[in-house]
Write a protein that binds this ligand. Structure first.
Ligand SMILES: Cc1cc2nc3c(=O)[nH]c(=O)nc-3n(C[C@H](O)[C@H](O)[C@H](O)COP(=O)(O)OP(=O)(O)OC[C@H]3O[C@@H](n4cnc5c(N)ncnc54)[C@H](O)[C@@H]3O)c2cc1C
Length: 390
C-alpha cells in the first residue's frame, strides 16, 4: 500500500498531514465530474491549485482533496473595444505562466502581477493583487461549479464581490472555479508594448520614473520579479525565505478615528473615496444660475460629504510596519520552533525546515497578540487555514 501524499508535499508552506483521498483533475470535464461527485457524497471537499495560499493542520484533511491541474488558454470573442483581448483560461493553468504569455503577446493588464505563485482558478478567491494591480481590474467572469446544486454557472466579476484579498469564494461560497475569463488590452505590433500606467510608488522608484508613467511590459515584469525576489516573494528552491504562504497577514483596515490614535509615522492609506453622487438641486436651478454664495456653500457641503465618506471608508494600515514596531524583527522565531519570520520581510512566516503546522500557527498567534497588545489592531491571516486556528 502506498502512503498518502501529505500537504507538506502539496503546499508551498511545506506543512500539514496526509491528503488521504487525493484526486487529480487534468481536464475541464474531469474536474466537473470529480468535483460534482465529491460534493454529492456529502464528505468535506478541499480544492487545491498550487497550494501557495493554503496551510493545513498536522493531521491532514479528512475528506476529498481535488487537485486542479487542468490546462488551456483560449481566445474568446467579445470585449469592450477594438484592442480588447478576451481569454478563457482553465483553472489549473499557472498564474505566472499566464502573465508571461500575456507579455509575449503584447497584452497589457496583468504585468504587475508577475511572480505570484499558484493557479489561475485560485486567483479570484482572494482577488490577487500586487504592485498596484489587482485581478479585479481585468476579470470578466468565471465558470463556477456550485457545490450546493452541482450545476456550472457563469458568475460575473461583480457577482464575486471582489475586495481587498477577498471575494464571496473566500468568505464561504463553496464550489469550483472551472475557468476564468479575463479581458486584457492588445498593444500595437510596432514600438514598445506599453504596460498599464504604474500605480505603485515602490515600483515607480525602482524604475526611476513617476507614478502614472508607462514603461514596457517587459520592464515591469523584470522589475517586479526582481523586487519580489529581494523579499523572498517568488518561489525559489534556492531561497529558504520563499518557503512560505506569501504574506501571512493582510493589511488591516481600521476607521479613520482609530487610525488617529496610532503613532504619526505609522503608514496609512485612506481608502478610495466614492465618486460624489449626482445630487439634483432641490430648487431646480442649474449650476450657472447659482449665485457665487451658492457655489461656495455647495463646495463646502461637497467637502463635508467627501470628508464623511472617507471617514466611513476607513484607512488601510501596513501590517509589516505594525509587526516590526511591535518588536518582531526579520528572522524572529519562538524558542525551539522551526517556523520563523522571513529574513527578508516581516509579513511572511517561513518554514526553516521540517516545521509543523502547529509551529506556524503558534508563531502567527504570537505575532497577532504582540500587535494587538501594542496597537490594539487584530491582524487577519491571508492564507486559507484548514483545521488551524489562531
Ligand atoms: C512566495 C509567495 C508570494 C505570494 N505573493 C502574493 C501576492 O503578491 N499577492 C497575492 O494576492 N497573493 C500572493 N500569494 C498567495 C498565493 O500565491 C495566491 O493567493 C494564489 O492565488 C494562490 O493560488 P494557489 O493555486 O496556490 O491556491 P491554493 O493555495 O491551492 O488555494 C487557495 C484557496 O483557493 C481555493 N481554490 C483553489 N483553486 C480553486 C478553484 N479552482 N476554485 C475555487 N477555489 C479554489 C482553495 O481551496 C483554497 O481555499 C503568494 C504566495 C507565496 C507562497
Amino acid at each position: 500500500m502506498t502512503e498518502a501524499p501529505t500537504f507538506a508535499e502539496l503546499t508551498t508552506m511545506r506543512v500539514g498531514g496526509p491528503a488521504a483521498n487525493l484526486l487529480t483533475a487534468t481536464d475541464e470535464q474531469e474536474l466537473i465530474a470529480l468535483a460534482a461527485d465529491a460534493y454529492a457524497s456529502g464528505e468535506p471537499v478541499l480544492l487545491l491549485g498550487g497550494g501557495s495560499n493554503t496551510v493545513v493542520n498536522d493531521d491532514g484533511f479528512d475528506g476529498t482533496v481535488v487537485r486542479i491541474v487542468t490546462r488551456g488558454v483560449e481566445r474568446v470573442p467579445g470585449g469592450s473595444g477594438p484592442d480588447a483581448v478576451r481569454l478563457r483560461v482553465q483553472a489549473g493553468e499557472s498564474w505566472d505562466g499566464l502573465v508571461a504569455l500575456a507579455g509575449r503577446n503584447r497584452w497589457a493588464g496583468i504585468e504587475a502581477l508577475s511572480g505570484i505563485p499558484g493557479s489561475v482558478g485560485a486567483a479570484p478567491v482572494q482577488n490577487i493583487g500586487a504592485y498596484g494591480q489587482e485581478l479585479s481590474s481585468v476579470l470578466v467572469a468565471v465558470d463556477f461549479l456550485d457545490a450546493a446544486t452541482g450545476d456550472v454557472r457563469r458568475m460575473t466579476a461583480s457577482d464575486l464581490e471582489l475586495g481587498y484579498r477577498t471575494s464571496v469564494l473566500k468568505r464561504g461560497l463553496e464550489g469550483v472555479v472551472i475557468a476564468v475569463e479575463l479581458e486584457l488590452t492588445q498593444r500595437p505590433e510596432v514600438g514598445a508594448a506599453l504596460a498599464e500606467p504604474i500605480a505603485y510608488a515602490q515600483l515607480a522608484n525602482a524604475l526611476a520614473v513617476e507614478v502614472g508613467m508607462q514603461v514596457s511590459l517587459g520592464e515591469i515584469r523584470r522589475t517586479v520579479l526582481s523586487l519580489r525576489a529581494s523579499k523572498g516573494m517568488v518561489l525559489d528552491p534556492d531561497d529558504p525565505d520563499s518557503v512560505s504562504a506569501g504574506s501571512f497577514f493582510t493589511n488591516p483596515i481600521v476607521s479613520m478615528h482609530f487610525a488617529r490614535t496610532l503613532p504619526s509615522d505609522a503608514p496609512r492609506w485612506p481608502l478610495a473615496e466614492e465618486e460624489p453622487d449626482l445630487v439634483a438641486r432641490l430648487d431646480g436651478s442649474t449650476a450657472e444660475e447659482s449665485t457665487a454664495v451658492g457655489i461656495l456653500a455647495d463646495a463646502a457641503a461637497d467637502r463635508e460629504r467627501r470628508r464623511t465618506r472617507s471617514e466611513s471608508a476607513g484607512v488601510k494600515l501596513s501590517a509589516a510596519w505594525l509587526i516590526e514596531h511591535a518588536g518582531i524583527s526579520r528572522g524572529f522565531g519562538l524558542p525551539g520552533s522551526r517556523a520563523a519570520i522571513s529574513n527578508k520581510h516581516t509579513l511572511a512566516i517561513t518554514n526553516r525546515g521540517g516545521a509543523s503546522a502547529l509551529e506556524v500557527a503558534q508563531l502567527a498567534s504570537y505575532v497577532q497578540s504582540r500587535v494587538q497588545s501594542e496597537f490594539g489592531v487584530l491582524l487577519h491571516p491571508e492564507p486559507v487555514l484548514v483545521g488551524l486556528e489562531l
